[in-house]
Design a protein around this ligand. Sequence first.
Ligand code: ARG
Length: 572
Amino acid sequence: MDLEKLLADRLAQAFSVVAGGPVDPVVRRSQHADYQSDAALSLARRLGRPPREIATEVLGQAELADLCSAVEVSGPGFINLTVADPALGALLSRMAVDTRLGVAVSAAAETVVIDYSAPNVAKEMHVGHLRSTVIGDAAVRLLEWLGHRVIKANHLGDWGTPFGMLIEHLLDLGESEAAHELSVGDLDSFYKAARVKFDTDDAFKERARRRVVALQSGDELTLRLWRLLVAESEEYFLTVYDQLGVLLTEEDFHGESYYNDMLAPVTDELDRLGLLRDSGDAACVFPEGFTGRDGQPLPIIVRKRDGGYGYGATDLAAIRHRTRDLGATRLLYVVGLPQRQHFEMVYAVARQAGWLTPPAKAEHIGFGSILGSDGKMLRSRAGGSIKLVGLLDEAVTRAAELARQKNPDLPEATVADVARAVGIGAIKYADLSTDRIKDYVFDWQRMLALDGNTAPYLQYAHARIRSIFRRAGIEQFTATPISIVHPAEHALALELAAFGTVVTASSRTWSSTGSPATCTPSPPPSAASTNTARSCAPRARCGTAGWRCATSPPESCTRACTCWASPPRTAC
Ligand code: ARG
């Protein structure tokens, strides 16, 4: 029922006759026609024929009479297709009575881990966490709806060196006072107070250092205090998730601490694979192809000299756990763009270690920053970082004012419901409807506007449609067949018919619209080295330890790809 695919299949048949082999007809929506194919242009060189001639011959071959009311060759050799109204009507009629709107459940269901939200314990959530939470939530809903098994992984920052100072500060305050301070939601001031002591008081610093060691060696009292900090923060995060209406629950908290017991075995395995190097202060891995400004290889710190493990070590353990133990074949990381290199390095090491081998792949779903009207990072009036709850509360308050203005007779209980839907909806939609990779300006006026591409406009249109149905006594839309007559209906029908294409494309193209899941291209083997290029057969070898793939990323190898085996063997 996917219109784009239907048209593409018909054209593909015709193209394959003309080209003497399979051709992707590259059918897309277009400004110049309902759909357009530009495949004749790219085929011209291969066939040594003018593109217009190819396009004309393809149209001569193609069976499109039942789908299109007009077909033509335009410009240098584009094929323009106008979809026939009866075909559009028939398609919409089928969609309208199908609970899945004509979108099939994925035939190749995958286990997908989505790593998102991930705020830090005893720290306020900031707008970056808002973006991660909202985008991650959309990804979860989308992939689940398509039939994938989705594991929500809320990778809380709940472990590591800061907990030494946080626990010591908690002890200084006394447990009940600390719990009170944390529960009123002022996490930042708690964190900052601990930090100030850490930076200015040497004795405190020493206590904090010893406390980290106690935490890592499993000291009961220390663990109990740590749990208290984590529990208070988790409760707070859950109230934010509730306010946002996202799917995350307490079962999805898989913070850094969850991987603690896996860190030593992971380090041993890296060592056995010959990937671990001692660099003075720490044991590190140096993924190939990553160098700093000075040209020196960049490390991922695995274990520091004091025995503590780095952020990267936890991410390596998490990848190994997700692919090996959870059986995931797709790992999505919804984390801001500043961490892009970190993830690329982690993926590279995981591939070298054989923990991320095809068909498993990892993708960084990066996103831009939220800016204030001055074009700089969004800050509070006092210049501090914006508290997420404050922002959400303000959205609801503003939406309530709007609702009262529009309809002064609305009962207050209804105002509250509407305000929550409109206010939170406005924030989420403003976030999701912009280009994920770009920064965007946070603008109350625009996101709460009742016209334009905003949540309130969509919600208003939805409410009006429902009210039309209510008045007409229609409970469920079954009035088919739908006939398309007016050009506006034609335009609307085309949008509706594209739903399946858009959903499928969104579920697949994270990395092509975001930061690519790259495998840093390996340098070509020098003649002097003992490198040998050979085809990776079986293909599965591509990307495993010892094999470096010449295709970037290795997942993009469709057939046998070329690998380089070189001593010491490395993989992308
Ligand atoms: N807690 C981190 C932060 O606030 C984000 C963690 C992202 N996920 C991960 N697997 N490293 O920046």
